[in-house]
Design a protein around this ligand. Structure first.
Ligand code: G3P
Length: 218
């Protein structure tokens, strides 16, 4: 399973990149706005820190402008994945961009129908928003299961399922059980994956007992 971090905060990205466990980054207009910085500069800086796919979202709603924006974003770095919304114009732009060899992440996916269309449009990634479905008492992880089931029927689909709108480590566990390709995770949730009270308790006991030996390894 690949882990992308869902943030545009370069300090958070650097900290997670240092673990060696980070495979990419996803941003969106809301995450960019939170930085208060220039979008193109932020994306370029992220691309210089993380080798894997870095999703940068178009702001236009019409095909022609989406295409122009997508081409400009793709020109920032080789590891840019242009993010387009799951709309008619978004998938039209996805088709053209993907045929030109640009990675495309189709975002704001909330149904299997949408995921099928994105795969047909040549998307590199499809981003179903599981947390936002859970927020309205729908079953976000069931959408992932159904998309994985449908995609398995079509080996020619090259689209990777990128589980998004992740709210807890349990979303990641469930996604991994389903074989989802990628999870894009808020920094706090990624860090929470490391934590278990029995690990802390066991390590404290090991260190206390080691101290008693009076030895050192180096
Ligand atoms: O960035 C796409 C997605 O991960 C957004 O998640 O928490 O705003 O629903 P969220």
């Amino acid at each position: 399973m690949k882990f992308f971090v869902d943030t545009a905060n370069i300090d958070e990205i650097r900290e997670l990149a240092d673990t060696g466990l980070l495979d990419g980054v996803t941003t969106n207009p809301s995450l960019i706005a939170k930085t208060g910085l220039n979008f193109l500069d932020v994306v370029a800086e992220i691309c210089a820190v993380v080798e894997g796919p870095v999703s940068a979202e178009v702001a236009a709603m019409d095909f022609e402008t989406m295409l122009a924006e997508g081409r400009k974003l793709a020109g920032i770095a080789d590891n840019i994945a242009v993010k387009v919304p799951l709309t008619r114009d978004g998938l039209k732009a996805c088709k053209v961009l993907s045929q030109a060899g640009t990675m495309v992440n189709v975002t704001l996916c909330f149904s299997v129908n949408q995921a099928i269309l994105a795969a047909k449009a040549g998307a590199s990634f499809i981003s179903p928003f599981v947390g936002r479905l859970d927020d309205i008492a729908a079953d976000g992880m069931n959408l992932i299961a159904e998309i994985m089931e449908v995609y398995a029927n079509y080996p020619d689909f090259k689209t990777e399922v990128l589980v998004a709108s992740v709210r807890s480590p349990m979303h990641i566990v469930e996604a991994a059980k389903m074989g989802a390709h990628v999870a894009t995770v808020p920094p706090g949730v990624l860090w929470a994956m490391f934590n278990h009270p029995l690990t802390d308790k066991g390590l404290a006991a090991f260190m206390a007992d080691w101290e008693k030996t009076g030895q050192s390894i180096l």
